[in-house]
Design a protein around this ligand. Structure first.
Ligand code: CA
Length: 235
């Protein structure tokens, strides 16, 4: 029998907490709940959950502080579920180390998809940090060949430049996750000093011209406005 993943739900609003737990229960996840930050801390250190679903507006400690604390000693995935919809909040949460960010109100299938992605990514990183950097990533006609440094669309080489390839390769490695502009810039150019997002936007526009049938309505790489980019996830 498969071991069921244990999810900690940190949420002070009873109705939302119940809603999330009902979804988890119906989909064979185990769950524990915490209605405030202090209880969340205690559970995280004593129960080692496989994933944390985190509200930001808690009565005692702000959720951002919890992300910081958790990230100082564990890589347990964190999905922020918050009413705060400003880009600034999403960027802050993701840069502090949250794995994903869902804005309330949200749908059942959206939540489940994000949970699967977050859990899968920890598994791969535990198994092997390098696994996604060799071999191929294939989804819906797009193939990233990590060994040949090439991206193919329906079997045809997209002729990406080196930087364009690196950007697509990075998004492919974290497919399904939003990567913030800062994270991408840091990974690709090795520094955040005075980098603006312009260079990234130009690269992305060029990539989309090469890999998307309709660059205005991309099907492989999505823009999270003001936050970053997300590559479509394969099966
Ligand atoms: Ca709240």
């Amino acid at each position: 029998m498969e071991i069921r993943d244990k999810i900690l739900v940190v949420e002070d609003e009873k109705s939302i907490s119940n809603f999330i737990c009902t979804i988890l229960d119906a989909n064979d996840y185990k769950y524990i709940t915490a209605a405030n930050g202090k209880k969340a801390y205690a559970i995280i250190s004593s129960h080692c959950p496989d994933l944390i679903i985190l509200d930001l507006g808690l009565p005692d400690i702000d959720g951002m502080e919890i992300i910081k604390m958790v990230r100082s000693w564990t890589t347990t995935p964190i999905i922020v579920v918050s009413a705060r919809s400003r880009e600034k909040d999403k960027v802050e949460a993701l840069d502090l180390g949250a794995d994903d960010y869902i804005t309330k109100p949200f749908g059942t299938s959206e939540l489940l998809a994000r949970i699967r992605t977050a859990i899968r990514h920890t598994r791969t990183s535990i198994l092997s940090k390098e696994i996604a950097q060799s071999g191929k990533y294939c989804v819906d006609g797009l193939v990233i060949d990590y060994d040949k440094y090439r991206v193919y669309i329906d079997g045809v080489d997209s002729n990406l430049t080196q930087h364009e390839f690196k950007l697509v390769a990075l998004l492919g490695k974290f497919a399904g996750k939003v990567l913030t502009y800062d994270f991408i810039i840091r990974e690709l150019w090795g520094s955040t000093q005075k980098t603006d997002n312009q260079i990234l936007r130009v690269n992305m526009a060029n990539i989309r011209r090469k890999i998307e049938k309709n660059p205005a309505q991309p099907r492989y790489i999505f823009t999270e406005v003001g936050v970053g980019y997300r590559m479509i996830e394969g099966d």
